[in-house]
Every structure is written in structure tokens, then in C-alpha cells.
Design a protein around this ligand. Structure first.
Ligand code: DGJ
Length: 731
């Protein structure tokens, strides 16, 4: 899969789907040649042309006026020595200089993929992976740059990461250090990315890339609601079903950045990694700084195919543990049913109703601990609020389990309330700058998870809880972003390290916890989908997609999320109407269809349901259970986009293409509306499929499609169609 042409100094990574080509250019400069569809051979003919570009310097040691790093397509560009574009790194030296120039020193091609210490990462069988590890050196500074490129035999993706090692006795200060950089030659390209806000996460936006620099980032100490660490570059004609596109997905849950620059020669550079703002890192002799991984995926058949690469890759090579490829339970969460206002009696009724409806897991959300009766208090006190549940937490959990449901609990371990026992005994454990009053958000502070003592204390509390209460599921929440990022344990000169040290501390904590309790299903959450990223998925196989449970708002949120994250990761609940976030009233049927399009749950007061609603929910649950594997792990295909019009549609296809489930959603009704035809995808053209529409050929369903029922009445309407392959009837 990886070859090195000794004569032309060309590295070629390929696997029958993609090729990635680099060349060691004059002076040991590492140049990018090609990334895209598989090339059986590369002749070396695409060498960067020699041309005199005025005001573009020649690299150190070269007198060739026709060669400049300012224009060359680079693999991991620096600046200060003649490339005036955006740089992948910025290193401050003791003499005050920021000039660092890495040149090729050697390489190793290995089977498998080396482990990244302390960070979430992709994995797989060593037999099916090859890794190229390139070593570059700055002789003056005695700094070594290691670039890692892994290629998996079954995936149209390259996994990249970078590492910096200081071999000098003098310390350097890393001001910026990206995970990857890549240059694209002159071609028109669009940028697609997922921006948003609380309760409006991962909205898909598309723009044409123009000359200049665009920066997409989060400075919030978390991957954020506002900007997911994921972007796509696409040929302008690319749509869901056709065209070339390149995805960039960062496996990190903290502050991140993606810088896209189009230079004067229309070449496009994409740099991705940890956010440089307020970041710096002291690197002493022998120290190694490891940047997180980026997964670069490729498709020449549109955005759906790009998503399939990510879905398969993350399902198989990122998500770990007992719940990998395992069907997830249907849950009831009491948050929107009761908020903080619950007692055991109320919960008992919820549990009874849930049981009768066929729900499998009861989740007790916020408010069970410390003195917590509202969001003003008790974060950090992870022991039960004695007065709240008559049988006590363990007794109540046991009762739930005796009734045949699993028991789940909400936690927010990274936070502390000012009004808490933890804060009163350890005020120095929050992130705060000396002599400054830190900012409050949702009345809470962020604990300094970069500190081992803080983590140990929280861990011990959770251990006690987990060992006492029979817990099957944990919802791990985080309800504010980081401000006042300062750790009292670190020197002033190291304060730029705190945000990343926090992430490393958190990852260390999660590794320990999820390893110690492999039987617990963990669901990530941050005020909904504020930390929906591949870093978290490494520890927790599912994430609460959004606090917005409105079916119509969810169309966009789930559509955008599906660009990179598989359906098996998306928590999705049916809630009450009027919806608590948008106040919209929608039918139970569309709420069910939207929630069934992810990991189905319910989050409403089941005791208030009418008999007709109970019957409808029972039926939803019955259908979901029957098709659960298809809906959680089937091939997900987007058919009609909520970002483009009134109609949304998506479908799921089973591995063997013998079954498919299609969902259609219409936002607003229209008089004399045009008819809508749904053309399916991914079926077997040779097979016949039976559905409520009759028996149709796979080819027919894909090429002609079928009409959505024109009699669908009213706003917020939806339809679900199940297709099952049948043996061809005898002619
Ligand atoms: C934010 C979460 O997203 C909600 O689902 C709920 O758990 C609240 N926090 C509880 O405080």
C-alpha cells in the first residue's frame, strides 16, 4: 500500500480506492503532489514547474531563482523562510526567532499504526494498515518533526498526525502546531462546513473558496455547538450523488481550527489542528508534543459516498468497547418530563408507563445529587440527594431493574457549582486567573481537569457511586464552555498549555473510567450536541445530538450531523408538544419518524399521554425494535435536503441490500403542490422489493422512483416506507 521510489524520491500511498503522493523536493523540502482517486502508477511527471515568481524567495541553501517554497505545494509548511502563506506550525526559539525549516531526514514504512499516547485515535488490524512515518529535521534548532500517514486497506481515507521532538538542550515554545496541512492545485473548490449554536447544531453551509484566508474554529475549550471540527472541500458540481469531495475530520474535543487559504495562484491550502489562540507549549530537551489525528476521506461519487466512508470508518475503526456494532436500547429520559421537579412517586409512574410501552432503559437526568433542586448548586457533589428518592438511589435503581428496565444516570463531572461541598473545600480546583473573578455560565465553573488531584477526587466519587448503584448507562454532560483558562499548579509561562492539558486529563479520565466499567453504555452530551466529535466517540459510542427535540429543527440538525457521523451515534428523542425549544406543535407521527432516524428515545411525561398516543408510541417502538439494526447500523443515504427546500428524505439500506427503510418529511403544506418523486439509492438493481406500494424492481425504484402520497395532509407531515427484497416471482 505504501511505496517509495528511491530514484525520484516519491512516496505513494494507495489502496485501490485512493492515492496520496508526496515527493522530497530539492533541498529535502517535502512537497505534496496528489491526493484523490487511485492511481495504479505515478510516473513522477507532475513535478512542480520551475518558474521565477517575483518576490517569492528561494529556500535556504538554494540559488535556484525558479524554485520557491512560496508557491510549491507543501506537505507541512512553515514560515519565516520564504513561504508567505499560512503555516502549519509556529515555534519560538530562545533567540527570539520564529524561523524553523524542516527538511527530510528519513522515513519508515511499517505494518499497522503506532499508538498515539493519551489521545483518541483510529485503530484496526495491523495486517490491514500501513503507516508511513516521515522524519524531518531542523538542524539548527535540533528539532525533529514526525509526520504520520496511515492507510487502511478497506477505506478511502488517510489518517494523519504530527509530532514534534526537541533534541536541543534549549527549550522551544510551540505557538501553533497543526495535525495536518495539504495543498490543492489550482481548481475551483467549494467549502462545506457545519456551524451552529446551542439547539441549532451542525447546520450545513456551502460557499465557493475565494482568494484569501478563511478560519473556522472553536476557542471554547470544546469542539462546540458553533463549529464542528469537520470540513469538506468539493468540486463545485459535487452534490449528494456525484462529484469529487475531500473531508477533514479532527479527532479532538477541545478548541480547534481549520484554516483554508487560497493563494494568488489559486492553490488551496487546508490546515487543521488544535486552535492556536491562547495556546503555547514549552518543549524541553527530549520532550515530544503529539498533535491529534485527522481523518482525510475521499469520494468521487458525491457527498453521500464521503459520508459512507466516515460512517464505516468511525463505526469500525474509532468506536470501541462492548457497544461497538451492538444495538442500543430505547430509553426514556425524565429531563423534559419533570426537569428538577421529581420524586420517587413521579418517577415510578414514568417507569411503569415506559415498561408498558416497551421502553428498555430509564434515564434519571439532572437533579438527583447533592442539594440540587435547580441549576444553581451541587455540581461536584456526586453523592445522592438523600431526601429526594424514598428508596434511595440504589433502591430506586434496583426497583427499575426489577421491573425489567435498565437504569441510567446523568452526570456532569467536569464542573463545579459555587454552592457545593466540593467548591467550599477546594475553591482552588476551578479554572481561574489569580486575583480575577472568573466568568460564570449556567451558574457553574469549570474544574481544572488538567490536575491529577482534581481528577482523582472526581474519579473516587464516581467509583463509589458506580460500585453502589446498579448502573447500565451514563449520560456525560458539560453545560458551559471554558473561560478563565488558568491552572494554579502551572508556571505562568505554561498557562498556554492548560486547555490542551485539560483535554489530555479528560481523555485519561475517560479511558480509565470506560475501561473499569465496560458494561456501562456512555452517552456524550454537552448541552445537547456541543461536543459531538470523533474524540468523544472514541470513549462514548453515542452522543445526545441536540437539546432541540423539535422534529422540524431536527431535520437540519440530523442531516448536517450525518455528513460525518453515523446513525449509530445520534441520540434522538420524541418529546412533548408544544415543543419546549421552538414551541412548535407537530404530530406524534413525524416526531416518531425523526427520532427513529437515530437512536430512539422518549423524553416527555408518559403519564400525560392519551390512550391513542400510547397506542401510537407502542407501535413506533414495535416497528423500531423490528428494524433496529437497519436503523442504527444500515447504510444511511440522504435523498432530499432540508437545507434546499420544503422536503427532506433519507433512507437506510441493510448490508446485503435485502431491506431498506425510507423516510420522507414535508415541512409546509401547499395547495396545488407539485408532486414529489423519491428516487432511492443503493438497492440491488436485480432484485424485486415488496412494500406498501406493491412489488417494484430495485432498478425501477432507483431510476424512476415513486410518488410520495399526494394526499398527505397538513404541515409537518411524514411517511415511512419499508422495502423488503423478495424472490423474483415466476413469469
Ligand atoms: C443539558 C442536556 O443536554 C439536557 O439533556 C439535560 O441533561 C440538561 N443538561 C440537564 O441539566
Amino acid at each position: 500500500m505504501i511505496t517509495f521510489d528511491q530514484t525520484n524520491h516519491i512516496f505513494h500511498l494507495s489502496n485501490g480506492r485512493i492515492s496520496y503522493v508526496m515527493q522530497i523536493e530539492e533541498g529535502g523540502n517535502l512537497a505534496h503532489i496528489y491526493y484523490g482517486k487511485y492511481l495504479a502508477h505515478y510516473s513522477g511527471g507532475y513535478r512542480y514547474p520551475r518558474i521565477d515568481r517575483s518576490f517569492s524567495p528561494n529556500p535556504p541553501g538554494s540559488k535556484d531563482r525558479l524554485f520557491s517554497l512560496d508557491t510549491l505545494m507543501m506537505e507541512f509548511p512553515g514560515n519565516g523562510f520564504g513561504d508567505f502563506r499560512e503555516a502549519a506550525y509556529d515555534i519560538g526559539h530562545q533567540n527570539g526567532s520564529h524561523v524553523t525549516h524542516f527538511v527530510y531526514q528519513g522515513h519508515e514504512i511499517m505494518q499497522g499504526k503506532p499508538v498515539l499516547a493519551g489521545l483518541p485515535q483510529t485503530y484496526g488490524d495491523a495486517d490491514a494498515i500501513e503507516t508511513l512515518c516521515l522524519s524531518l529535521i531542523d538542524e539548527t534548532a535540533k528539532l525533529e518533526l514526525k509526520l504520520s500517514y496511515s492507510i487502511f486497506s478497506d477505506t478511502a481515507a488517510i489518517v494523519r498526525s504530527s509530532q514534534l521532538i526537541n533534541h536541543h538542550e534549549q527549550q522551544v515554545r510551540i505557538e501553533q502546531f497543526a495535525s495536518q496541512s495539504i495543498d490543492f492545485p489550482n481548481r475551483p473548490l467549494d467549502l462545506i462546513h457545519l456551524h451552529g449554536a446551542w439547539a441549532r447544531e451542525r447546520q450545513m453551509t456551502r460557499e465557493s473558496i475565494q482568494i484569501g484566508t478563511k478560519r473556522l474554529d472553536s476557542k471554547r475549550g470544546s469542539s462546540s455547538h458553533q463549529q464542528n471540527p469537520f470540513s469538506i472541500l468539493a468540486d463545485p458540481q459535487t452534490n449528494e450523488v456525484q462529484g469529487t469531495c475531500f473531508g477533514f475530520s479532527l479527532i479532538y474535543s477541545g478548541s480547534h481550527e481549520t484554516v483554508i487559504e487560497r493563494d494568488p495562484y489559486q492553490q488551496t491550502r487546508v490546515i487543521m489542528g488544535i486552535n492556536r489562540d491562547h495556546f503555547n507549549w514549552q518543549l524541553n530537551q527530549g520532550d515530544i508534543f503529539q498533535a491529534p489525528e485527522v481523518v482525510l476521506a475521499y469520494s468521487d461519487q458525491g457527498l453521500n459516498q464521503l459520508s459512507h466512508v466516515y460512517h464505516d470508518f468511525y463505526d469500525q475503526h474509532l468506536i470501541r468497547g462492548n457497544f461497538k456494532n451492538k444495538e442500543r436500547p430505547i430509553l426514556i429520559n425524565n429531563w423534559e418530563a419533570t426537569y428538577f421537579d421529581f420524586d420517587e412517586d413521579k418517577l415510578d409512574h414514568l417507569v411503569d408507563e415506559a415498561k408498558a410501552l416497551g421502553i428498555e432503559l430509564f434515564v434519571l437526568d439532572d437533579g438527583w445529587f447533592g442539594q440540587r433542586e435547580d441549576d444553581q448548586t451541587s455540581l461536584g457533589d456526586w453523592f445522592e440527594n438523600e431526601g429526594k428518592l424514598a428508596s434511595g438511589l440504589a433502591g430506586f435503581a434496583k426497583k427499575v431493574k426489577d421491573r425489567g428496565l435498565q437504569f441510567g444516570l446523568w452526570l456532569e463531572p467536569e464542573m463545579v457549582s459555587g454552592d457545593s461541598e466540593l467548591y467550599r473545600s477546594h475553591p482552588e480546583w476551578r479554572l481561574e486567573v489569580p486575583q480575577r473573578q472568573p466568568a460564570l455560565s449556567r451558574s457553574q465553573y469549570v474544574l481544572d481537569f488538567s490536575r491529577q488531584d482534581v481528577r482523582d477526587h472526581i474519579y473516587q466519587q464516581l467509583q463509589k457511586l458506580f460500585d453502589r448503584v446498579p448502573i447500565d448507562y451514563i449520560k456525560w454532560d458539560m453545560n458551559r464552555n471554558m473561560s478563565d483558562v488558568y491552572s494554579l499548579l502551572l508556571d505562568p509561562a505554561q498557562q498556554g498549555e492548560v486547555a490542551h492539558r485539560y483535554m489530555l486529563g479528560l481523555y485519561d479520565f475517560l479511558e480509565k473510567l470506560t475501561t473499569a466499567y465496560p458494561q456501562i453504555l456512555f452517552e456524550g452530551c454537552s448541552g445537547g450536541g456541543g461536543r459531538f466529535d470523533p474524540g468523544f466517540l472514541y470513549y462514548m459510542p453515542q452522543i445526545w445530538t441536540s437539546d432541540n427535540t423539535d422534529a422540524i429543527a431536527r431535520l437540519k440538525i440530523q442531516y448536517g450531523t450525518s455528513l460525518v457521523y453515523p446513525p449509530s451515534t445520534m441520540g434522538s428523542h420524541v418529546s412533548a408538544v408544544p415543543n419546549h425549544q421552538t414551541h412548535r406543535i407537530t404530530d406524534l407521527s413525524i416526531r416518531g419518524h425523526v427520532a427513529m432516524s437515530g437512536l430512539l428515545g422518549y423524553e416527555l411525561d408518559l403519564t400525560q399521554l392519551t390512550t391513542a398516543e400510547k397506542t401510537a408510541i407502542k407501535e413506533q417502538i414495535h416497528v423500531y425494535k423490528e428494524h433496529r439494526h437497519l436503523l442504527q447500523f444500515g447504510r444511511f443515504v440522504r435523498l432530499l435536503s432540508p437545507f434546499e427546500g420544503n422536503d427532506t428524505a433519507w433512507m437506510y439500506i441493510s448490508q446485503d441490500r435485502s431491506e431498506a427503510m425510507v423516510f420522507y418529511f414535508r415541512v409546509l403544506a401547499e395547495a396545488s403542490a407539485p408532486l414529489v418523486t423519491l428516487k432511492l439509492q443503493g438497492l440491488d438493481a436485480e432484485k424485486q422489493y415488496a412494500s406498501d406500494l406493491g412489488i417494484q424492481g430495485g432498478d425501477e425504484l432507483m431510476q424512476i422512483g415513486f410518488y410520495v402520497d399526494p394526499h398527505l395532509a397538513g404541515d409537518y407531515a411524514s411517511q415511512m416506507y419499508h422495502f423488503k427484497a423478495i424472490d423474483k416471482p415466476e413469469m
